[in-house]
Design a protein around this ligand. Structure first.
Ligand code: ADP
Ligand code: MG
Length: 718
């Protein structure tokens, strides 16, 4: 993290900090703190307010308090299961409080090491014998000799790892602030600090470690969060600028109609364009429904991008069922009508097949040829499909990652669409793009609603379109949370819907990530439902261990209503579209994450019928209860995503392990959304003033983001 050069005082080794020394340095190394600069940027996780410590007689149950007192007695008592309960009595002149720790024998050893005063922090409650008690408090010895531990103030509490005492970090930070904070160059240019009314970095570092008041600490934190977002946004915006400088394809969309200059090979099809119609006319002709306002807006944005000479890099976000496929079809139609090929890459074979079926239905009447390329095809078929793609006979190629395999070459690829992109690695996206001669336009579609703060961080270099409207006539899905005991009633309710002519999904519990184990669970559930619950109905089974043809056949039968119930693993999570299926039962729903539940639920509610999602789950934890409750409460994917972000943190949400850019030092994506927006605006203003950051006042930024670029390089489409 250290950006300092050897001559730089900030690069000074931590062992030279006053009160640290070689032994202390070894402890600090455990926290990854090597230089003074590292220490300055290692922030407290909270503060202990020692300014007005309450006398013990003032404590009341329900208070969260920091207290000081003499340790008078430490007891260790064995309890059930070979564990121990430690209790210590803390006393001052006014009263007493009992501190307890559950099964942490090392606490007892540490408490017995010496006599003296300690500081403890925790929640006060009423103990068994009506005495005041703090369970599992944080605590530390008071060392009146220690200068860094100057007493009656807000004292920083640092994140630690095992064996590293609070005191050593405090001492290091204290001396780093005192002797080195002033040498920290300010990453924010003076003009920006003035505009945004932000304090200098030295003051902020000082207030973060040794705040005068919490108000000042917050002001300091605000500025540092701003800085962190600002630098990240600069990186992303610079990348975006660079991408825009590249030369791509300019699709002559607005000139389409009437006098098209077209290669007869690709255009032997009759089209409304031949009668002088516009591309929009042809879309209206092609689709069986009218696009929603949101779809039209997004299609317009895409077409405008395609017409520009620079390569398109656009992310389309739309909740499940918002109609992204139709939007992709409009983009692909534009590419084909301009004389190019388009490719659509989907993450699973089921999904690729389904896309191929849907797109054939749309495009074949227009004389546009759609071809499917998936891994499970025989070598002969694959070779044939690859050949047709290379000659340009296949104008729209749909497939899985098989599309990007060696053998496949395109005649003239102009547009690459990637569906459900979070499931693909960056490398695979790049590979698809590289199938083209030159720079094709890239459209990335995702159904995982990503909170805006995350989008801006992860995909800040992509242009964003949001389909924020569902097709008309959809009735919101009704979601119910039922306990395992209610199963008979649930089964009865499903039967009633099937009697009315609907179809149902049963999703089996996800016991493990292992596909074999999951397949077994699905088989068990299928067996039980077929033998014990619905012997008279037609049930099908779908899981990841089945062969491609088998899966395809089952899906085809379910689509054709030859099956009433489809029992499945999460393989149906993505993209499956059977409008007559109006109820989904998710067994042991507490085992699924929020966005997964939301994706699963998106398989129903696709037709005009009232649809239902039934979550069968015990509330095994607060977390599980919270997930069930939010699912019942809302079908809004963005709200669910925000909630998910709160529960799980950003790394998991993005569905990417390559979340280097999300290791934010101080900013919090859940709570600092507004600052992120402000920082983004500031980054844009900065680049307006100084597009290459070549002014003197921006030199430091340029250095700083050179490092960050490498860290974010992994996670964006380049
Ligand atoms: P997703 O965004 O989840 O990929 P799809 O593209 O699968 O959504 O569309 C969901 C369903 O809505 C499909 O059955 C599709 O035919 C239908 N649909 C899409 N757009 C419209 C529209 N404008 N009017 C009516 N139905 C639509
Ligand atoms: Mg889709």
């Amino acid at each position: 993290m250290s950006s300092a050069r050897p001559s730089d005082p900030l690069a000074t080794d931590v062992q030279f900090l006053k009160g640290v020394g070689p032994k202390g340095a070894m402890l600090l190394h455990k926290l990854g703190l090597k230089s003074v600069e590292d220490v300055l940027w290692h922030f407290p996780r909270r503060y202990q307010d020692r300014r007005n410590l309450p006398p013990l007689s003032m404590l009341r149950p329900g208070m969260e308090a920091t207290v000081r007192g003499e340790l008078v007695e430490v007891k260790t008592r064995p309890i059930r299961g070979g564990r121990v309960l430690i209790s210590a009595t803390l006393a001052d002149r006014t009263g007493e409080v009992t501190l307890t720790w559950f099964n942490q024998p090392w606490v007892a050893r540490e408490l017995n090491r010496q006599r003296g005063e300690i500081i403890a922090f925790g929640m006060v409650k009423e103990g068994l014998r009506h005495q005041l008690e703090m369970a599992g408090p944080e605590w530390e010895w008071i060392d009146p000799e220690d200068e860094a531990d100057d007493f009656a103030r807000l004292v920083p509490v640092y994140p630690l790892s095992e064996g590293v005492p609070q005191a050593i970090v405090r001492r290091a930070a204290h001396s780093a602030v005192a002797y080195f904070a002033e040498s920290m160059p300010d990453a924010l240019p003076a003009w920006l600090r003035k505009e945004e009314r932000l304090r200098g970095v030295a003051w902020c570092l000082q207030q973060m470690h040794l705040p005068d008041t919490l108000k000042e600490q917050q002001e300091a934190r605000r500025r540092l969060v701003f800085e962190e977002f600002y630098l990240l946004q600069l990186v992303l915006q610079l990348k975006r600028q660079e991408a825009h400088k590249e030369v791509g394809i300019s699709f002559p969309i607005s000139q389409l109609g009437g006098n098209r200059a077209a290669s007869p090979h690709l255009f032997d099809a009759p089209s409304v364009l031949d009668e002088g119609g516009t591309l929009a006319d042809e879309v209206a002709h092609m689709l069986p429904f009218e696009l929603t306002g949101a779809q039209k807006r997004v299609v317009q944005e895409i077409w405008e991008d395609m017409e520009r000479p620079m390569p398109m890099n656009r992310l389309v976000q739309g909740d499940v069922g918002s109609g992204k496929t139709a939007v992709a079809a409009c983009a692909m139609l534009a590419a084909v009508r301009c004389g190019y090929q388009a490719a659509l890459m989907a993450p699973t074979e089921i999904l690729a097949e389904q896309h191929a079926i849907n797109l054939k239905r749309l495009f074949e009447p227009l004389g546009i040829r759609v071809g499917l390329i998936v891994g499970k095809q025989t070598a002969a078929i694959k070779r044939r499909q690859a050949q047709l793609t290379q000659t340009g006979d296949i104008q729209i190629a749909v497939g899985t990652h098989a599309l990007i395999q060696e053998g496949v070459k395109f005649h003239r690829l102009g547009l690459a669409v990637v569906d459900e992109q979070h499931r693909f690695g960056v490398r695979q996206r790049l590979a698809l793009r590289n199938k083209a001669v030159g720079n094709p336009d890239v459209l990335v579609m995702t159904a995982t609603p990503i909170p805006r703060t995350l989008t801006m961080t992860l995909y800040g270099d992509l242009d964003l379109s949001v389909i924020d409207e569902l097709p008309p006539g959809r009735k919101p899905i009704k979601t119910h949370w039922k306990r395992p005991n209610d199963r008979p009633a649930v089964y009865q309710a499903v039967r009633k819907l099937i009697d009315e002519g609907r179809q149902a999904y049963f999703v089996c519990p996800m016991i493990s990530e292992n596909e074999k184990v999951q397949a077994q669970a699905a088989q068990d559930l299928h067996y039980r439902l077929e033998k014990e619950v619905y012997p008279d109905l037609r049930l099908g089974l779908l899981h990841g261990q089945m062969k491609g043809v088998e899966k395809e056949e089952i899906m085809a039968r379910f689509r054709a209503h030859e099956l009433d119930i489809l029992v499945s693993t999460v393989v149906i999570e993505v993209g499956v579209d059977v409008p007559n299926a109006s109820v989904m039962v998710i067994e042991d729903a507490n085992r699924f994450g929020l966005s997964q539940l939301h994706q699963l639920r998106g398989r129903v509610g696709r037709g005009g019928h009232q649809s239902y999602c039934i979550l069968v789950a015990d509330a095994t934890s607060d977390d599980a209860r919270e997930r069930m409750e939010i699912m019942v409460e809302t079908t809004d994917g963005f709200r669910i995503a925000e909630k998910d972000l709160q529960i799980r943190g950003p790394g998991d949400i993005a569905g990417t392990r390559q979340s280097g850019a999300l290791d934010l030092r101080i900013a919090n994506l859940v709570t600092d959304g507004r600052l992120l927006e402000e920082a983004r605006q500031a980054a844009l203003r900065t680049l307006e003033r100084d597009p290459a950051l070549s002014l003197d006042e921006h030199v430091y930024i340029l250095n700083k983001i050179a490092q960050q670029r490498d860290e974010t390089a992994l996670i964006t489409v380049t």
